[in-house]
Design a protein around this ligand. Structure first.
Ligand code: NAD
Ligand code: DAU
Length: 355
C-alpha cells in the first residue's frame, strides 16, 4: 500500500494509471478536489479496489495521521500542490497555504507515523519507508540562452510565487531528512504534457481554444523556452526513483527537449490541421495572438537529466513528436472529459489577461 496526495490532478491521475497498469499494490489517494482536482480523470478505475479515494487536505494533520494509522503505507508520495504560475501571480495565498504550510503539516504527520515504525524485523521498517516529494525545475530560476541546463547542484533561485512556494517545500523536505532522519526523495521535473491536463496550461489551452475558434494567446514574444516531457515518462521516472533512488537525494527529470513556446503552439496547430482541419479551409496558426507578457516570466528552463539516467537507468520513451501526437489525439477523442472540465468555474478564469 502507498499513500499518494493530489492524485485527482493532472500528473497524479496519470501516475495512478501508470502505477496500476504494472502492478496490483493499492493506492490511497488523498485529494482536496480543488478546481484542479477531477475524479473524471480516474473514472476508469471506478469499482477497482486497488484505488481508495479520500477527499481531504494535506494540511489536515489529524486526517493524514488517521489514514497512515489505518492503511500503514510503505511510502507517501506528495503530488498535491497549487500548480499554476499565473494563478500564483494573481493570488499567492493558496500557494503558501498548500505548498508550504500543507507540506509542513504532511511532513509532521508522516514523521510521527515513521517514528513508530520498527527498526527491523518487519516488512515495513524505519529504513525502508520513503517520503517522495514531487517538485519542479522552476525552483532553479531562469537560464540565459547559453547556460548549461539545470543540474541538481544548481542553487535555488525561484522567481514566481509558485516557484518560491515549491522551493520552500523542497527545503522543508530536505530539513526533515537532515534533522529527523526521515527517508526522503525529491524529484524536480520540467514541463509535463499529456492526457488529463487542465486547460489553463499552455498545451491543452491551445488545443481547446484552436478547436473552439478562439485566439491562441502567446505571452510576450513567444521565445521563452520550456523543456517538455510526456507525463507518463515523468510517472515512470517517479516510480524508478521510489524503487531505487538514494535516500536524501534529489533527481532532476527531463527529456532533453527544449522548445520555444511559439514553436510548441505552431506544432499543435499543424497537427490539428491534419487531424481536424478547420471547416473554412484556413490554418489554425492564423488564430495565434500575441498578448501582454506574464510578470517576471522566466525566459528559459532546461533539465540536465544525466543523474537519473546514469544512476537509475531511466530514459523517456516518448519524443515530443510522438507525445504531442498522442496528446492532441487524446483531446479529440475525449469530448465528454473536455465538456466537464471546461464548464463552471473554468469559464471565469478564461477571461482574464495581464493588463
Ligand atoms: P494539478 O494542479 O493538475 O493537480 C494538483 C492536485 O492537487 C489537484 O487534484 C488538487 O485538487 C490537489 N490539491 C491541491 N491542494 C491540495 C491540498 N491542500 N490537499 C490535497 N490535495 C490538494 O497539478 P499537476 O500539474 O498535476 O502537478 C502535480 C505536482 O507536480 C505538483 O506538486 C507540481 O508542483 C508538480 N510539477 C508539475 C509539473 C507540470 O508540468 N504540471 C512539472 C513539474 C512538477
Ligand atoms: O517547469 C515545470 C512547471 O511547468 C510546473 O512546475 C508547473 O506546475 C506547470 O504549470 C508548468 O509551468 P509553466 O508556467 O511553464 O507552464 P504554462 O503551461 O503555464 O506555460 C508554459 C509557457 O507558455 C510559459 O512560458 C508561459 C507560456 N504561456 C502560457 C499560457 C497559459 C503562454 O504564452 N500563453 C498562455 O496562455
Amino acid at each position: 500500500m502507498i499513500l499518494v496526495t493530489g492524485c485527482a490532478g493532472f500528473i497524479g491521475s496519470n501516475f495512478i494509471h501508470t502505477w496500476l497498469a504494472s502492478q496490483d499494490e493499492p493506492v490511497v489517494n488523498l485529494d482536496k478536489l480543488t478546481y484542479a482536482g477531477n475524479l473524471e480523470n480516474l473514472s476508469s478505475l471506478s469499482g477497482d479496489p486497488r484505488h481508495i479515494f479520500v477527499q481531504g487536505d494535506i494540511g489536515d494533520k489529524d486526517l493524514v495521521s488517521g489514514l497512515l494509522a489505518k492503511y500503514k503505507p510503505r511510502s507517501v508520495l506528495n503530488f498535491a500542490a497549487e500548480s499554476h504560475v499565473d494563478r500564483s501571480i494573481l493570488g499567492p495565498g493558496e500557494f503558501i497555504q498548500t505548498n508550504v504550510v500543507g507540506t509542513f503539516n504532511l511532513l509532521e504527520a508522516v514523521r510521527a507515523y515513521w517514528n513508530e515504525l520498527p527498526a527491523e524485523g518487519d516488512s515495513l521498517t524505519k529504513s525502508n519507508f520513503r517520503f517522495l516529494h514531487v517538485s519542479t525545475d522552476e525552483v532553479y530560476g531562469t537560464l540565459a540562452p547559453n547556460d548549461p541546463p539545470f543540474a541538481e547542484t544548481n542553487p535555488y533561485e525561484p522567481n514566481s510565487p509558485y516557484a518560491a512556494s515549491k522551493a520552500s517545500s523542497d527545503h522543508l523536505v530536505r530539513a526533515w531528512h537532515h534533522t529527523y532522519g526521515l527517508p526522503v526523495l525529491t524529484t524536480n521535473c520540467s514541463n509535463n504534457y499529456g492526457p488529463y491536463h487542465f486547460p489553463e496550461k499552455l498545451i491543452p489551452l491551445v488545443i481547446l481554444n484552436a478547436l473552439d475558434g478562439k485566439p491562441l494567446p502567446i505571452y510576450g514574444d513567444g521565445q521563452q523556452v520550456r523543456d517538455w516531457l510526456f507525463v507518463q515518462d515523468h510517472c515512470r521516472a517517479i516510480m524508478r526513483v521510489l524503487e531505487a533512488g538514494r535516500v536524501g537525494e534529489t533527481y532532476n527529470i527531463g527529456g532533453w527537449n527544449e522548445m520555444a513556446n511559439i514553436d510548441v503552439v505552431k506544432t499543435i496547430c499543424s497537427r490539428l490541421d491534419v487531424l481536424r482541419p478547420r471547416t473554412d479551409g484556413r490554418k489554425y496558426a492564423e488564430q495565434i495572438t500575441f498578448v501582454k507578457d506574464r510578470p517576471g516570466h522566466d525566459r528559459r528552463y532546461a533539465i540536465d537529466a544525466r543523474k537519473i539516467e546514469k544512476e537509475l537507468g531511466w530514459k523517456p520513451q516518448e519524443t515530443f513528436e510522438s507525445g504531442i501526437q498522442k496528446t492532441v489525439q487524446w483531446y479529440l477523442d475525449n469530448p465528454e472529459w473536455v465538456k466537464g472540465v471546461t464548464s463552471g468555474e473554468y469559464r471565469k478564469w478564461l477571461g482574464r489577461q495581464y493588463g
